[in-house]
Design a protein around this ligand. Structure first.
Ligand code: NI
Length: 204
């Protein structure tokens, strides 16, 4: 297994609609294992394959001890919404904004062996599924912001200082890569940590 580099906003792979998985061999098993390890290393709530540069419809999730992966996911969302909650994204370090998400989500897809999987979640788990599935369609949570929050997010990303934040984050992660385990080192003042904690809230 290996810890992989996480792509940062500006990388075209994050804006590309990912392809369905058709090959269920050992390479896929390695991808899922590496993504899981990478997600755990940065204490993330979820990780989508495009975030590590692989344009395939795969994501991993990790919410309150509920952990897994889904391949070729299809989402069915409730009609109603949950209270807005701050989200962050591992590909947009240092920022966090409240995002409107559906209350409940059912995900159907397959696992790494091609066996059918259905997972249902509400609240944070549903939020995570919606965030990660968006990544597979080239959508980032900042696209879903409106009004002042949207302006503030775009302003921060355009800001010259933002490049130094992403550089610091990348350097920090690089230290973890190859070391024993970074644990929750990602949860700093500038980057937030896992679900609900820290300034930037959920990272996925
Ligand atoms: Ni994300």
């Amino acid at each position: 297994m290996a810890i992989l580099n996480i792509r940062i906003i500006g990388d075209p792979v994050l804006r590309t609609v990912a392809d369905p998985v058709t090959d269920f061999g050992p390479e896929l098993a390695k991808l899922v294992a590496d993504m899981t390890e990478t997600m755990e290393d940065v204490d993330g709530a979820g990780l989508a394959a495009p975030q590590i540069g692989v344009s395939k419809r795969v994501f991993t999730y990790r919410i309150d001890g509920v952990e897994g992966h889904i391949i070729n996911p299809v989402l069915e969302n409730s009609e109603d919404f949950q209270p807005d909650h701050v989200e962050g994204c591992l590909s947009i370090p240092g920022l966090g904004f409240p995002v409107k998400r559906y209350r409940a989500t059912r995900v159907t897809g397959v696992d790494m062996h091609g066996n059918p999987v259905t997972v249902e979640g509400e609240g944070m788990l549903a939020r995570c599924f919606q965030h990660e599935n968006d990544h597979l369609d080239g959508i980032l949570y900042t696209d879903r912001l409106e009004g002042e929050d949207r302006k503030a997010a775009l302003r921060s990303i355009r800001n010259a200082n933002y490049d130094s934040i992403t550089e610091k984050t990348t350097a920090k992660r690089a230290k973890t890569v190859g070391s024993s385990f970074g644990g929750s080192s990602f949860g700093g003042a500038t980057t937030g940590s896992s679900f609900g904690a820290g300034a930037a809230g959920t990272n996925g």
